[in-house]
Design a protein. Sequence first.
Length: 379
Amino acid sequence: MNQDKLEIYIHIPFCVKKCDYCDFLSMCADESMKNEYVRALVREIELSKEKMKDYLIDTVFIGGGTPSILDGKLIEKIMKTLRENSTISEDAEITIECNPGTVTKEKLERYKKAGINRISFGLQSANDEELKSIGRIHSYEQFEESFRLARMAGFDNINIDIMSALPGQSLESYGHTLDKVLALEPEHISAYSLIVEEGTPLKDRVNEALDRGMNILPDEDTERKMYYLTDKKLRDAGFHRYEISNYAKENYECRHNIGYWKRVPYLGFGLGAASLYQETRNYNTDQMEQYLSMQNQRKVQELEEKDRMEEFMFLGLRMMEGVSMKVFQENFHKTYDSVYGEVTEKLTAQGLVKIVGMNVCLTKRGVDISNYVMSEFLL
């Protein structure tokens, strides 16, 4: 058997309530729709058995939406179907995203029984007023209880998502969130700066405030200080930054995300899910009726060499270790310098990238303006 690795992403698009900043593919649903959706999801996995047969599944990520909104039996059913139709590595990393207040002792026990070994909690803030400002449905107290239940259920690999630059957030209150999260001693922390997306309720509120001459968001200087505070506090607490927004204790880096940044092939199951398989990118339909009726009209994008080289660079550069010039040549049968030598020389002179051994990686200043750096690698 070919032991090439394959990653699996499973999308659960349901939420109790859509957050005010969210532009992801998610919605509210009754129990009937949830059951119908899982039936379609199970069928999609079964129909993909041939695609998975020559691979070893190294990571599974159940994301959303809020996967923990489903009955625990449905998560068990999904995992059972995946095991029956693929070969999952004995030490596979299997993650489920959970929202505080939506997990119970029974659900967590079912997750363990299904082989799930990593929990990712979406906390965002330890301040209840800040949580309300972005439309979160839980309190910090509910998060603490959910975290405690996960530990009691035996989960020893837990990620906590936090966000900075929230409406009404100060540097002091953000530091308080960091301190409270660190006191819980999670294995992994994902720290993101809020992006206010077009078409969201939060964007409308921000615009309405601006029309009245007010800015409800922290100013740019405060946001920058939050960014540096994150790095300092987490490093001081023994976390290492292995990607622009991700910090981990030793040996607790998220393998699924690393695989994504390194362009390991993956199959996405569920509404709107994307796949990267045999250098082709596929997208499931984002129309629920089509998905449930098994008329999944996938969009297929054949990736040209230029596309693949660009992805290799702007995904790989997100990691602190950077991209390997040796692996670049192995993948594309061209020397790194023949394609990106000139731009690398320019960015090195600007102090934005550096060469470490055979790797090209962002400098501290390059991380700060990573969007600009990535854009320079577009061919």
